[in-house]
Design a binder for this molecule. Structure first.
Ligand code: AFP
Length: 324
């Protein structure tokens, strides 16, 4: 099995993209080691402050964010970083060729209960060399991404990446600290019997989404004529990894719970990088109607509804929403 470096070389990855991914994996190994020690490394619990989204930060949110920020800022290819945890983008080397966006620790509520969490990243071209990067430089559509991926800290540490030519999966060898390739050209089936959604929000959803899930729960006795299974990791990284491994559909749909927020997930740190992976694996990703990767961002912390995974299911959700 080849390792990450061999894969990046075989893909003819741009030097900047390859170097940035390597930097991110080095931090991923540090985070993975910290998580393994858990309470013994004093990384559990609250940090005692809120992030820009008004969410309580966990100690590990802050640690992971600082590790990534430090490592990427000193990478000469990196012109700037934007993090889910920081109010504004941080400029780095103004002659750098790429911008990096990340959710340092996705699924923070899982940290203290020893469940799966992850790091999500997205790499964009930098088009404003010679000037310090600003928030505006990051406002590029998902289609502009040069690469995206995630590192999942689960029972083992795995990483999925795409450079726009399919999805490859790697597993961290804890002895050699190398990411070893375990899958190439990952593909998602167009149909599925498994769905992921936080159904406690049912009453806040739009009628088409309520109807869609009603059809699932009716199982064999309903219009779909088959039984479905439900899984929810509460860390998007975990749900997307499951879908890349065995298929499925995931949604954090539009809801009226917080009228000022059209969805829970962040376009730039979660929806775009995951949508690129899902599309590259033959799946589909929408906000229920529109392709996520075509959304023109208006702010770096923008939120969007998300419906992604098995192509035929995502098409069906779109049809239900368009019929209304
Ligand atoms: P954090 O970004 O606070 O870690 O939240 C994780 C997440 O954005 C996403 O990874 C999950 O799918 C979703 O939230 C879980 O949301 P619920 O708390 O509503 O289950």
């Amino acid at each position: 099995m080849s390792n990450l470096e061999t894969y990046l070389a075989a893909q003819n990855a741009q030097p900047a993209v390859a170097d940035i991914i390597t930097t991110i994996t080095k931090v991923g190994i540090q985070i993975s080691d910290l998580l393994k020690r858990g309470a013994l490394a004093d990384i559990l619990g609250e940090a005692g402050n809120q992030n820009v989204q008004g969410e309580e930060q966990k100690k590990l949110d802050v640690i992971a964010n600082d590790l990534l920020l430090d490592a990427l800022s000193s990478n000469p290819h990196c012109a700037g970083v934007a993090s889910e945890e920081l109010d504004n983008a941080t400029p780095a080397n103004q002659d750098g060729d790429v911008l990096v966006l990340f959710d340092p620790l996705d699924g923070s509520s899982n940290i203290d209960i020893n469940m799966a969490v992850g790091t999500i990243f997205s790499i964009l071209p930098y088009n404003n060399q010679g000037h310090p990067a600003t928030d505006e430089d990051f406002l590029q559509k998902g289609t502009a991404q040069l690469a995206s991926g995630y590192i999942l800290y689960g029972t083992s540490t795995v990483m999925s990446i795409t450079l726009g030519n399919g999805v490859a999966m790697f597993s961290l060898d804890p002895d050699t600290k190398a990411f070893v390739q375990i899958k190439d050209q990952v593909q998602i089936s167009a149909d599925t019997k498994e769905y992921a959604i936080n159904a406690s929000n049912y009453r806040y959803w739009l009628p088409p989404m309520q109807r869609y899930i009603d059809e699932f729960t009716a199982g064999k006795t309903g219009v779909r004529g088959k039984d479905f299974n439900m899984r929810w990791v509460a860390a998007m990284v975990g749900d997307i990894h499951r879908i890349l491994c065995r298929g499925g559909i995931f949604s954090y749909p539009f809801d009226t719970k917080h009228p000022d927020k059209p969805g829970k997930l962040r376009l730039m740190y979660e929806a775009n990088p995951m949508s690129l992976l899902i599309e590259q694996a033959g799946g589909m990703s929408t906000d229920a109607v529109n392709r996520i990767l075509d959304i023109e961002p208006t702010s770096i912390h923008q939120r969007v509804p998300v419906v992604l995974g098995a192509k035929n299911e995502v098409e069906y959700v779109k049809k239900l929403h368009e019929e209304v």
